[in-house]
Design a protein around this ligand. Structure first.
Ligand code: PNS
Length: 173
């Protein structure tokens, strides 16, 4: 383990699409550390069927949402490959992720352990999701939106627009 103070952290994710829960985690990270970078993963091991939105769409939605939320100083960068390599390339000493429930913990513990093995100097920091966002996930958002229901309480307004356009055929049909 290194002894250098961590001043730059990465908030990584698939963000398919970004939710108000993600924004909450990013905001918390920006209160804790002077510099935050959001890393948007191109590859999605968790979802064998791929993502609903392209890497460009997911990155664009995040940038616009952060601007709307007054967090425009946070850089959003797409990445392929390992998260530890991304952090090293960008000089980040830590990764911040949100925890909603115990079910998140097991998955995150495994990822943090693996990342720590790959780079012992990289810190993993976990923040608790706000109580309003404990049940929010991208998959829940996609499911509700795909059925034509309102998701404005779960996502930023620009994302709601993108979801409406994406599922437009079903809305009309
Ligand atoms: O939003 P998600 O799906 O929980 O994000 C998962 C993500 C992208 C952070 C994770 O899959 C990841 O770090 N992918 C990059 C590949 C990698 O570094 N894998 C080894 C660590 S698990």
């Amino acid at each position: 383990m290194g002894s250098e103070r961590v001043t730059h952290v990465v908030v990584p994710g698939t963000f398919d699409p970004v939710t108000l829960g993600h924004i909450d985690v990013i905001r918390r990270a920006s209160r804790l550390f002077p510099k935050v970078t959001v890393a948007v993963a191109a590859s999605v091991n968790k979802h064998a069927h791929g993502t609903t939105f392209s890497l460009e769409e997911r990155t664009g939605m995040l940038r616009e949402a952060l601007e709307l939320e007054g967090l425009s100083d946070i850089e959003v960068i797409p990445f392929t490959g390992l998260l530890v390599d991304f952090c090293r390339q960008h000089g980040a000493g830590g990764v911040v992720k949100g925890l909603r429930a115990m079910t998140d913990f097991e998955y995150e513990l495994q990822q943090a352990g693996l990342n720590s093995h790959l780079d012992p100097d990289l810190e993993s920091v976990f923040v608790m999701s706000g109580t309003d966002y404990g049940f929010v996930s991208s998959s829940v958002v996609r499911e509700i939106a795909s059925m034509g229901s309102d998701v404005s309480f779960l996502v930023p307004p620009n994302v709601e627009r993108c979801l409406r356009e994406h599922y437009a055929e079903r809305y009309e049909g």
